[in-house]
Design a protein around this ligand. Structure first.
Ligand code: ATR
Length: 272
C-alpha cells in the first residue's frame, strides 16, 4: 500500500485525508493518506524521515512550507514562490511543487473564467505569493494591494524580475476600490472574512465584469463572495482552490487524472 500524507502543525482538522482517500477509492488505488504533526522547525527533518520510511508523497501546510525547501529540489514555480506544498518522493532528492498556484488557476478554469487582462490580488503573505506568481505566469497584469504596502511593492518587484509573461505592481489596500474599476479578476489571499463577517474591499468596488475568488473557505460563503454575487460578479469559493491544489498533487503522485467529482463531493461533505 502507498502512503501519502500531510505535514503540518496543527493538522487535526484537515480536509485533505477524506478528499484524497475518495480519489484513491474512485480509481481503485491501494493507498492511504495520513496526517503527520512534527515539532515546529523540524519540517526538513520530517521530510528526510518520510523518504527513509518510503512515504510516496506529502502535502505540506503551515508552518512548514518554507522549511521543507532544505530537503527537496523545488521546481521552478515553487522556487519562485519560495514555498512548497507538495512533495513527490519518486526522485532523489524529492521534488517540491507548489500546487496552490495550479489550484488557483484550475479553480478559475473550472468556472470558465479566462485569466487574461487585469487582476487585483489582495494580500502579500504566503497565499498571496502563490497567487501573484500564478496569475502573472498566466500573463495577467497583477495589482497587488496589501495593508502593509511595502510587502506588496517587494512582491511585485520579485514577480517582474522573474521570467513570467505577466507583470505586477504593489499598491496600498486603500487603493483597491480604484484599481477594481478596470479589473477582470479579484483574488482575496488575506484571512479577512474568516473570523468575522468582513470583506477586504468595499462592496461598491465590485461589479458585474469581475470574477472573484476568495481563498478563505471557512465560511464557504464569505462576505466578499456574497457582495460580489450581489454585484453580478462570477464567484469562485475557496473550496475550489483547496480542491484543485489537492487534485494537482494527486495527479503528480499517481500519474492519473484526478477524479475531480469524487474528491469535490468528499471535500464539500466534510466542509458542511
Ligand atoms: P498566509 O500565509 O495565509 O497568506 P500571512 O503570510 O500571515 O498568511 O499573510 C496574511 C495576509 O493577510 C497579509 O497580506 C496581511 O496583510 P499585512 O501584510 O499587512 O499583514 C493580510 N491581512 C491579515 N489581516 C488583515 C486585515 N485585518 N486587514 C487587511 N489585511 C490583512
Amino acid at each position: 500500500m502507498d502512503v501519502y500524507g500531510l505535514l503540518g502543525n496543527p493538522v487535526g482538522h484537515s480536509l485533505s485525508p477524506p478528499m484524497h482517500e475518495a480519489g484513491y477509492e474512485q480509481l481503485d488505488i491501494d493507498a492511504s493518506y495520513v496526517t503527520f504533526e512534527p515539532p515546529v522547525g523540524k519540517g526538513a527533518a520530517a521530510v528526510e524521515s518520510a523518504a527513509m520510511l518510503d512515504v510516496s508523497g506529502l502535502n505540506v501546510t503551515i508552518p512548514f512550507k518554507q522549511d521543507v525547501l532544505d530537503a527537496v529540489e523545488p521546481d521552478r514555480q515553487a522556487a519562485r514562490i519560495g514555498a512548497v506544498n507538495t512533495i513527490d518522493f519518486a526522485t532523489d532528492p524529492p521534488t517540491g511543487y507548489n500546487t496552490d498556484a495550479a489550484g488557483l488557476v484550475r479553480a478559475f478554469e473550472h468556472h470558465g473564467v479566462p485569466l487574461t487582462g487585469r487582476a487585483v490580488l489582495v494580500g502579500a503573505g504566503g497565499a498571496g505569493r502563490a497567487a501573484a506568481f500564478a496569475l502573472a505566469a498566466e500573463g495577467m497584469a497583477v495589482d497587488i494591494a496589501n495593508r502593509t504596502v511595502g510587502k506588496a511593492v517587494d512582491l511585485a518587484a520579485e514577480v517582474r524580475e522573474s521570467a513570467v509573461d505577466g507583470t505586477a505592481s504593489g499598491q496600498p489596500l486603500s487603493d483597491a476600490l480604484a484599481l477594481l474599476a478596470d479589473a477582470d479578476v479579484l483574488v482575496n489571499a488575506t484571512s479577512v472574512g474568516m473570523e468575522e463577517d468582513r470583506s477586504p474591499v468595499p462592496a461598491d468596488a465590485l461589479h458585474g465584469d469581475l470574477a472573484v475568488l476568495d481563498a478563505v473557505y471557512s465560511p464557504i460563503e464569505t462576505r466578499l463572495l456574497r457582495e460580489a454575487a450581489a454585484a453580478g460578479a462570477t464567484t469562485v469559493d475557496g473550496a475550489w482552490m483547496l480542491l484543485y491544489q489537492g487534485v494537482a498533487a494527486f495527479e503528480r503522485w499517481t500519474g492519473e487524472d484526478g477524479p475531480v467529482e469524487a474528491m469535490n463531493d468528499a471535500l464539500r461533505a466534510h466542509l458542511e
